[in-house]
Design a protein. Structure first.
Length: 255
């Protein structure tokens, strides 16, 4: 019988720490060519508070004055619970607040974001155009076993049960306390996710969590969601995808 060599936990943690150290040798919050930095490493310029249970469709129907009043309240809450660690160049959330969303709306885009779950049993995610979400779990959280956390982060967990994008193609999570990287692409209603350089979602449709009978809106904010624990983010870069590139990509699904 062929024996399978198991990597000791200590060695696995050391390898993850080495990967994190290598990632930090690159200039933080400095976008690669063709991308724009959504976070400047110093403050929350370009970001606003967003109440997570207000769907993009509801916000689109509000009078400008009503939405402005809500935005003032959301920003006040944002400032109580979101901050920037200037020494490290990281956005910090205590997990007790509204979500942090871009002031600008995006249609088709490619996004990079690093995230770190500071403590165990956290729950977070990246909202796309204001819709949940590319999921972030503590895969060892005993309270989330029933929800599938052991399968791993990096998929569209809020999708319909019969949607293959609901679960990651592979489990790619680094241990709690170390950095992870999402590379996300969204064109039309379809989403691709590379999680720590591994493909976890391959062009799956992002279902509309707020109203499953209609598709997501064609544009909206990118949001950082946290729920109950400290999460940190850095190296947030976006590239807007033009019409020709988007059309060519979506044409592959028409064949």
């Amino acid at each position: 019988m062929k024996r399978i060599a198991l990597v000791p936990l200590g060695l696995a943690l050391a390898l993850a720490a080495t990967q994190m150290a290598l990632a930090q040798t690159k200039p933080l919050n400095t976008p690669p060519k063709g991308y724009t930095a959504l976070f400047n490493g110093k403050d929350l310029t370009g970001w606003r508070g967003i109440k997570g249970d207000y769907s993009p469709h509801i916000q689109a129907t509000l009078a400008k004055e009503d939405l402005a009043n809500m935005q003032t309240q959301w920003n006040t809450d944002r400032d109580l619970h979101w901050s920037v660690d200037k020494d490290k160049g990281e956005i910090v959330s205590d997990g007790k607040s509204v979500f942090l969303g871009t002031a600008k709306d995006y249609a088709d885009f490619e996004l990079y974001v690093d995230w770190l779950m500071v403590n165990h049993n956290g729950d977070s995610g990246i909202y796309l155009r204001g819709y949940p979400q590319v999921q972030i779990w503590d895969v060892d959280n005993p309270n989330e076993v029933k929800n599938g956390a052991p399968r791993g982060s990096g998929a569209l967990w809020n999708d319909n049960p019969d949607n293959p994008g609901k679960w990651p193609l592979v489990k790619a999570d680094n241990p709690v306390g170390t950095w992870n990287t999402f590379h996300i692409k969204m064109i039309g209603t379809r989403v691709w996710v590379w999680f720590n350089d591994k493909l976890t979602v391959d062009g799956a449709v992002l279902d509309n969590y707020f109203n499953r009978q209609i598709p997501v809106l064609p544009q909206g904010p990118v949001e950082l969601q946290t729920h109950g624990s400290e999460i940190r983010f850095r190296n947030i870069y976006i590239r807007e995808i033009g019409a020709d590139e988007a059309k060519a990509e979506l044409a592959k699904f028409a064949k």
